[in-house]
Design a protein around this ligand. Sequence first.
Ligand code: KG4
Ligand code: ZN
Length: 336
Amino acid sequence: MKILGIESSCDETAAAVVEDGRKVLSSVVASQIDIHAVYGGVVPEIASRAHTEAICGVVNSALEQAEVTINDIDAISVTNAPGLIGALLTGVSFAKGLAFSTGKPLVPVHHIRGHVAANYLVHEELKPPFVALVVSGGHTSLMRVNDYTDYSLIGCARDDAAGEAFDKCARVLGLPYPGGAAMDKLAGLGDSKKYKFTAGNVDGAEFDFSFSGLKTSVINLVHSETQRGRVMDEEFKADVAASFTSTLIKTITTRLELLFQREGGCNIVLAGGVAANSHLRKAVGETAEKYGAKLYLPPLKLCGDNAAMIASQGYFEFLDGVRGGTDLNAYATKSV
Ligand code: KG4
Ligand code: ZN
């Protein structure tokens, strides 16, 4: 069964064709990073317009690269939540039009479930139940995946997501948007014990995350140091990046340790843009090993937003009978 996936929740316009939820026949991603970089972050209205311009070409390329036509497609899956509302509506409206005009079934997909599904594309043996941690620009969510389409939330970010904190710290250090990958490299060159930062805990919600205080401490440190006349040389930037990264990662591994202590080592899936971070991959790997848990990671190219993950999750949603009609809407927020 061949599913066409469409993704437009943030700043990537993507389309892909995936067979039986596991085999990628094509995956095309048109990134808008260059457009938003001059503003230091995603400008929602510009993102919506850029999606509108790119979407026809991106879908056509995905079909061409998979060497199929729309007639060979069994269902059209599309991210309809969560994300930037205007950006989501572009993909949803396009998918609705395509499904209506071709008579193909339409399947809405939750973006966070899509990130988790990126792992099905590379780990043939991976099947629920497992625990999943999605760490991206917009989300930090720890979940129980009871079945392909049955999720329960264990904990999530109450304020800034991990990726957002990475990007804001990168910005204050003068790195171009999005700064996650540059922070990854810099952190490898710095001393993680140089600056003492702390990340917040949430009273009464031991698995929730709070990264906005950590982000603010980094910004305050950089501002006060530069006001004192300090030059932001490579050593300073690397030490800040390393100290920030290790504090953020510690918050994540502390929660995973708590979960493993309570429930024993289970299968764990890491996903989302920040899952590309080399230090996070290593630390989560070590924590999993300590508790006898098996860690599944997506390859770097499937960590960030793409449509292959949406087509994969779309397949499982389709099998479960999930359908969208011409009244399908997009939602900026939606529980997983
Ligand atoms: O999953 P994603 O493409 O978009 C959302 O769904 O939000 O994640 C994008 C985020 C950005 O914040 C970006 O800076 C971050 O992932 N990112 C990284 C790395 N590569 C991308 N953060 C830390 N280390 C990386 N290597
Ligand atoms: Zn994402």
